[in-house]
Design a protein around this ligand. Structure first.
Ligand code: DGL
Length: 279
């Protein structure tokens, strides 16, 4: 562990929180990585589960939700915003960067580049939402990094609600995963991109279907490293004071899905769960 990540800074971002959001519990896979890297940083999380899933919605709707949540997080004292959602990143990050030029945003995108680099046989699978897959950012990634790679992409319709419902071992989850993965495996993929932050919550189930021959790629650790670099650059790491942070988790709908996943991930937080209507 790099000791620099263990401390709060005292100047620019003293007492400033890292704001993180997703349509639901998926972004907790990113929270998990960030808190490992920055255990003293205070995190403020919004799960917009009253309006999840984002995948089947229009780009305009998801941009508006992202704007509302950004305003909420900034009002709560966030100094850095992590869009822990591939779908919201795809439609909102460019606009948010223009609208909030003084705020740093970190986004997520399907890890097509590492998958195209790691594949040995030139065939990769991409699991992502329909809005992500239809967006120009994804198309650009493919054109730039995977032009000579065969891509089997699936919009995983209906998977996010099953994950939010929490019964990850259910027959419904297994058969949904089979319907998504079987055609990819039949085509011979050797790398699989988890292009939605909800999907790493099913990593074990996905691995059980894919076996050892498929490398499963989750961009959350790389995203957390990027957050760490930014956080360090925005804070004064001299005159440090260690303190145990109080993280806050907000849901726009019921808080049970959040509580369930926080418990399952064994996230060692003092919690302040608060439902809030951002709309
Ligand atoms: N977790 C999200 C993502 O990374 C959103 C999924 C959804 O709400 O459809 O894309």
């Amino acid at each position: 562990m790099d000791r620099r990540f263990l401390y709060f800074g005292r100047s620019l971002m003293q007492n400033t929180k890292i704001g993180i959001f997703d349509s639901g519990v998926g972004g907790l896979t990113v929270v998990d990585q960030i808190r490992r890297l920055l255990p003293a940083a205070e995190l403020l999380y919004v799960a917009d589960n009253a309006r999840a899933p984002y995948g089947p919605r229009s780009a305009e709707e998801v941009l508006n939700f992202s704007r509302q949540i950004t305003n909420f997080l900034l009002a709560q004292g966030a100094g850095l915003i992590v869009i822990a959602c591939n779908t919201a990143t795809s439609v909102a990050i460019d606009t948010l960067r223009l609208e909030y030029p003084d705020i740093s945003f970190v986004g997520m995108e399907p890890a097509v580049k590492p998958a195209a680099t790691h594949t040995r046989n030139g065939r990769i699978g991409v699991m992502a939402t329909e809005l992500t897959l239809s967006g120009s950012r994804y198309q650009q990634l493919v054109t730039e990094y995977a032009y000579s790679t065969e891509i089997l992409a699936d919009p995983c319709v209906g998977l996010v609600p099953l994950i939010e419902a929490g019964d990850w071992e259910s027959g419904a989850v297994k058969s949904k995963l089979r319907a998504i993965l079987d055609p990819m495996l039949a085509a011979g993929i050797d790398a699989l991109v988890l292009g939605c932050t909800h999907y790493p919550l099913l990593r074990e189930q996905i691995k059980a279907i894919c076996g050892d021959g498929v490398e499963i790629i989750d961009p959350a650790p790389a995203t957390a490293r990027q957050v760490g670099r930014l956080y360090i650059s925005l804070t004064d790491t001299e005159n440090k004071t260690y303190c145990t942070p109080l993280h806050r988790f907000h849901s726009t709908g019921k808080s049970l899905p959040l509580e369930r996943v926080l418990f399952r991930l064994r996230l060692p937080y003092r919690l302040s769960l608060a439902s809030s209507n951002l709309g």
